[in-house]
Design a protein around this ligand. Structure first.
Ligand code: ATP
Length: 230
């Protein structure tokens, strides 16, 4: 579904991704990218979303070069990116936020809303509440739900545990696992242990380069990951 071949990416004249290759295929249920602050994980998701250009190399989504697609076309094809900032509309209700997520899929809105409410009953209970008045954990559930409203084939999640207490993080991870039964999840995380436990394939990104690629379990057991991250 996604093929990234030898990309170099910069901000101005500062290069942040180096000769990076990776792929996400239909057989994957959870692919994880782990790595420290500033490694380039969010930049990589922005590149896949068509929000940031590459200097060299190529990114294809379902066979098409992402540079030829505008961001809404990327969403329509099935790649949905839930950013670290969540970007909810705080003054709007929970339901309105969910409806916004379906802007490329108006025709199936009602049906998808039912599915999202089934996965997140709290969102139905709070449907008429202002999104900004919900707790951090509930807002994260809303961000996941809104991502699903676009009926993605790949749901890319940037640090879904950001700012959440450990117990809430655990619940968010349970939901991600449930989502991954239907949709391929591309998970970017600093919670290395949880993220690798969930992953069937994982990439370790350090200083803009892929340092290791393996099954989640194998990376979890690798000496380097154990020493540097666990
Ligand atoms: P974090 O978890 O902190 O978000 P990350 O692995 O997602 O880290 P990126 O946010 O992709 O890393 O950042 C990669 C590098 O690019 C960092 O050195 C960062 O300072 C730099 N960077 C990110 N955004 C910009 C920008 N808009 N302009 C200039 N440099 C940037």
């Amino acid at each position: 579904m996604i093929d990234i071949e030898n990309i170099d990416v910069s901000y101005g004249n500062i290069q942040v991704l180096w000769d990076l290759s990776m792929r996400v295929s239909e057989a994957d249920s959870v692919v994880t990218i782990v790595g420290p602050n500033g490694a380039g994980k969010s930049t990589l998701l922005d590149v896949m979303s068509g929000l940031h250009p590459v200097d060299d190399g190529r990114v294809t989504l379902w066979g098409d070069d992402v540079s030829s697609l505008d961001p809404s076309e990327v969403v329509k094809r099935g790649f949905v990116h839930v950013s670290e900032e969540r970007n909810l509309f705080g003054e709007m209700t929970v339901r309105e936020n969910l409806e916004m997520g379906a802007y490329t899929r108006r025709e199936t809105l009602g049906e998808t809303l039912e599915e999202v409410y089934e996965l997140f009953p709290i969102l139905e209970e709070r449907a008429d509440q202002r999104a900004g008045s919900m707790s951090g954990g509930q807002q994260q559930m809303l961000a996941l739900g809104r991502g699903l409203m676009a009926r993605p084939k790949i749901l890319a999640l940037d640090e879904p545990s950001e700012g959440l207490a450990p117990q809430i993080t655990e619940r968010v991870f349970e939901k991600i696992e449930e989502i991954s039964e239907e949709v391929t999840v591309l998970l970017v995380e600093q919670h290395v242990h949880d993220a690798l436990t969930l992953a069937d394939r994982a990439y370790l990104l350090e200083n803009g380069r892929i340092k290791a690629e393996n099954t989640g379990q194998a990376l979890l057991e690798s000496e380097h990951v154990a020493e540097a991250y666990l």
